[in-house]
Write a protein that binds this ligand. Sequence first.
Ligand code: ATP
Ligand code: MG
Length: 512
Amino acid sequence: MANKYREVAVSEFFEKNKHLLGFDNPTKALLTVVKEAVDNGLDATEEAGILPDIYVRVKNIRNDIYELTMEDNGPGIEKKYVKEVFGRLLYGSKFKSLGEEGIQSRGQQGIGISASILYGQLTTGEPAKIESKVKNKVHYSCDLHIDTSKNVPVIENEKNLETAKEQGTKIVIKLKGSYRKSKGVEDYIKYTSVTNPHAHIVYVDPENKKHTYKRVTQKLPKLPKSIAPHPHGTELGTLIKMLSRTKSKTLYNFFRNDFSKVGDTVARDILFSFQVRKAGLKQTMKPTEVTKQQAESLLTAMQTAKLQRPPTECLSPIGEENLIKGLSKEYKADFVTACTRSVSVYRAIPFQVEVGLLYSSELPEEQSIDLIRYANKVPMMYQQSECAIHKAVVGTQWRRYGLNQPKGSLPIGPAILTVHIASVWVPFISEGKQAIASYPEIVKEMKLALSDVGRRLYRYVSAQRKKYAEEKRIKIFTKYGVEVATALSELTNENEEKINSWITKIIDKQRL
Ligand SMILES: Nc1ncnc2c1ncn2[C@@H]1O[C@H](COP(=O)(O)OP(=O)(O)OP(=O)(O)O)[C@@H](O)[C@H]1O
Ligand SMILES: [Mg+2]
């Protein structure tokens, strides 16, 4: 038995558990590969302060084999990193342990693109083709596949290309997939353009049809800033790790420098608290000398200390103006509104909720509204009913806001609802990143934002209904006015036209 033990490489594990990463069926797999590539392109450009120009093409090579091409105008990847970035699972620049400094980005775990390459390789036997150009460096290209037993990349066909391209990355992946028009790649790209109105996206579909999603704002979203951990959300393991790695020489400085929202008063409150003194800790002590037991008492004091909420600079919401711009550029609107809530926290992790609502007579009146869910500006296309967003929408009393709502369902009406959660760490229910866990704080914020746009919708719908009823009333008056004029003329011998013009004047007065 003993000689049967062996370590399992992470890529070998995912080879067997493709569903965990969103590759459970061919339709979803194609969408996941597109999504991972586009998310990375948008992250890279925004991080570098560049307005994104993204090109996406999905080509049908034969039967169920497709080829995805994604090209961005981001900063590119240095030749020496290409291998690791694309060919090693759990390798990236965005993953931060809980408690470490973190900022909001689309990617968070360092799996997305290498898992997509792995899926392509498993289903077609073909390597991915990568091109990358960093400003003033060579335009590098290579073929890459992953040795799954070792979780290491294998590079072939390395070349330096002679091109005029200034910077950017291009990736081509062949994979087994299935293409569907509705709720697939096309909708995903369209929904992406709705919440990223600063991006110019060109999408060429398998029928070679080009879809262009224009940039409608030149303003890049505010770049989120890295923040230090907040004492309230820190867990014991993280605290111990921080104590052993800190550059601060004293415990007092450790609290002041390594956490956010800890000033002099809070640091003293923690260090002079009863349990911390009882544990024998002093503010001048070296953090590296703190024992596990002492760390526990520090944690208790940290969690009960009176603190301000975590800082908000680490988040980059879409903003009400851009939510409205994005929706109205893709759909004809009779009425459109948006609400960006202020920052809130779950497990001491900052998050922010935003809702956009568009109402249009061109949308179907008797169907459920179209709900588009977003996490860090990325549309989530699967697992709707398991998501906190769905729960919040279904749990909102839409009848109050003028929409019909069957019990336990989405409301009915000619409307599109976009709900976005921005966070340093979005609590997805699985690695496939398709649904959000229902933390009560998150559902509550969502409901507040939904009621806010709901109230505005109600005012609009009521005004419309009033206008419609008024017009109907006037139409009836006008119709019968002619008959009344004839009858009155016969009775009074007054000129019929004269009476009719009096009646018209009275009706017109009603209109004002
Ligand atoms: N188009 C790109 N331009 C520049 N850097 C990129 C690009 N694509 C990927 N990267 C780099 O490669 C890393 C790995 O990407 P990958 O998609 O695997 O993980 P991630 O985006 O960090 O997280 P997630 O697994 O949630 O997508 C990224 O963190 C980023 O640093
Ligand atoms: Mg990614």
